[in-house]
Ligand binder design. Sequence first.
Ligand code: HPA
Length: 271
Amino acid sequence: MSPEEAARRTAETIAGKAGFAPRTALILGSGLSGLADRIEGAVEIAYADLEGFPRPSVSGHAGRLVLGRIGGTEVAVMAGRSHFYEHGRSDAMRPALAALAALGVETLFLTNAAGSLHEEMPPGSLMQIVDHIGFFGVNPLIGETSDGRFVGMTEAYDRQLAMCLQGEAQAEGIELHQGVYLWVTGPSFETPAEIRAAHALGADAVGMSTVPEVILARYLGMKVAAFSVITNLAAGMTGRELSHDETKELAPQGGRKLEALLARHFAKVPA
Ligand code: HPA
């Protein structure tokens, strides 16, 4: 079976189980799966029942696709993602994203937990990703043979959608920072020297996901909006060692802001 045919079949399975085909999808990061529990009329499908969907192996990452409504807008929410550090493949999310595209998803909201490079953007902050640095990782389109692989990334994060979300954050009284996300493969955290280098390169936050998914989503023709929930100040900024437990503990703080922002957005702009 060709990858396109596989994506189409998985999309049919999803639409069959949900009874509808949303035009908006979300990917939830570490400790942010609370959003999936706020979906109205939720239909849950385990990734294990969906061909091509990842089998996450990270604590804090469930593996389920939840379909339903947020603020009246039909959404497909991926609670759980695949990371490069789990297997060394940056295209592991491609079959799932291709299935969502085949389902008719036009806009993808990505969320992650990230370390901040600015003391003025402390743990609990929310950052809108306006651009990224990903050239340390492996591009997920390596091996693709169509000319579509030469994806333009000048405006990877949809500017109009970003502006709209900024206005909504303001109206909701949520401080929404804007910044550049630098992708590192992980799974070890960075060294202080790496963080100084990231700062010199123009990064505002650092994390282990999202960038391959943004490249794949753009390749598949989706619009993208992305958010980092800041769980810690980056390595070397506090004198303390970083831990995954800290990441999981602090994600819900920023997660609540993200929930409020997205609830407002989806109530106002039915997709
Ligand atoms: N570095 C990389 N990934 C992360 C961090 C960090 O400091 N915090 C949460 N995810």
